[in-house]
Design a protein around this ligand. Structure first.
Ligand SMILES: Cc1ncc(C[n+]2csc(CCOP(=O)(O)OP(=O)(O)O)c2C)c(N)n1
Length: 333
């Protein structure tokens, strides 16, 4: 596969938006973490902190008409695909102004107008949904692509094989993005996953890439090749992004876990590879940005986060009656 995307990455116009996107995800989630621990959020939150390079690097190639599916850890994907910080925050706060009118919460943020088919509390469910979306794109005969973000734990579900099978057989314009963050809830991947996940995809003889998931440019390049391949009608690709979740499986875990499942030294080691800091260092080291530009970007993002959090907090709570309208419309009519 040939691609000129490697060169494009070298221009400042392509690089700064990647940092901006990663910063937006990081700062929004830091605020969610603070609000959760202050007892302000009504439900669980699974944070994406440490994995931002994957969502930013992948979604930089996508248009509104392309689709993504996501996981229970879906805030980063939602924002990177162009979802509104205000509407997402309000959803997580369970407010009427939320993107799903406060009926979905953190694990179901979705915005079909942006091609965001939804976060999903059912592990691996997004894979099959993405195959459906890619099939629709194929029937429409355009050059839309469909991306599924899923975890290493999801790769142990049967749906992964089923989707690889049908996507390969039908040459669907689909990209499998496995975020191997080394844990499935509280189980280290090595205790629940045999062999290498990428080898499962290689068995289908589709293009496969194993990428440093904390290096946004590596993700960006690998995705550029996969998206080009899918848009040309050449079928699916698989990308395994090796990364690490820096926060818990969910923010509440310390309140109920009796023992630890990872050493703090390991977390510290991965903090040294923090994708956001690493990319800042790259941009400054290569003299693409200076400290002043990065500070200005941080200030702009801080304003967006503050505005979204205030909007969410001030909005009216979701209307419980809406459940009946959404779920039982026919029966009530
Ligand atoms: C079908 C299904 N089985 C089990 C669960 C419980 N569960 C929630 S998250 C999770 C682990 C998912 O791990 P992974 O796919 O690696 O994603 P990560 O949490 O690491 O982002 C499990 C088993 C679920 N939500 N759905």
């Amino acid at each position: 596969m040939k691609s000129d995307v490697g060169n494009l990455a070298l221009t400042k116009d392509a690089l700064v938006p990647l940092l901006r996107q990663m910063l937006l995800i990081r700062r929004v989630e830091e605020r969610l973490s603070a609000d959760f621990h202050a007892g302000k959020l009504p439900g669980a939150v699974h944070l994406y902190i440490g994995q931002e390079a994957v969502a930013a690097g992948v979604c930089a190639h996508l248009r509104d008409s392309d689709t993504i599916t996501s996981t229970h850890r879906g805030h980063g994907h939602f924002l990177a695909k162009g979802g509104s910080p205000r509407a997402m925050m309000a959803e997580i706060w369970g407010k009427k102004t939320g993107i799903c009118r406060g009926m979905g919460g953190s694990m179901h943020v979705a915005d079909v107008s942006k091609g965001i088919l939804g976060a999903n509390g059912i592990v691996a469910a997004g894979l099959a949904i993405t195959a459906g979306s890619a099939f629709a794109a194929m029937l429409d005969k355009g050059d839309r692509v469909a991306v599924s973000f899923f975890g290493d734990g999801a790769a142990n579900q049967g749906t992964f094989m089923e989707t690889l099978n049908v996507a390969t057989l039908w040459k669907l314009p689909m990209i499998f993005v496995c975020e191997n963050n080394r844990f499935s809830e509280f189980s280290p991947a090595a205790t629940v996953t045999s062999g290498e996940i990428i080898d499962r995809a290689r068995a289908f003889k589709i293009p496969c890439a194993s990428v440093d998931g904390n290096d946004v440019l590596a993700i960006w390049r690998a995705t550029g090749i996969a998206v080009e391949h899918a848009r040309k009608g050449d079928g699916p690709s698989f990308i395994e992004a090796h990364t690490y979740r820096l926060h818990g499986h969910l923010e509440a875990e310390k309140s109920f876990l009796k023992s630890t499942y990872r050493e703090s030294a390991e977390i510290e080691e991965w903090r040294q590879r923090d994708p956001v800091q690493r990319f800042k260092n790259h941009l400054c080291g290569e003299r693409i940005c200076d400290d002043g530009e990065i500070e200005a970007l941080e200030a702009e993002i801080a304003d967006i986060v503050e505005d979204a959090a205030k909007f969410a907090e001030a909005s009216e709570p979701a209307d419980p009656e809406l459940v009946f309208e959404i779920m039982f419309h026919e029966q009530r009519a």
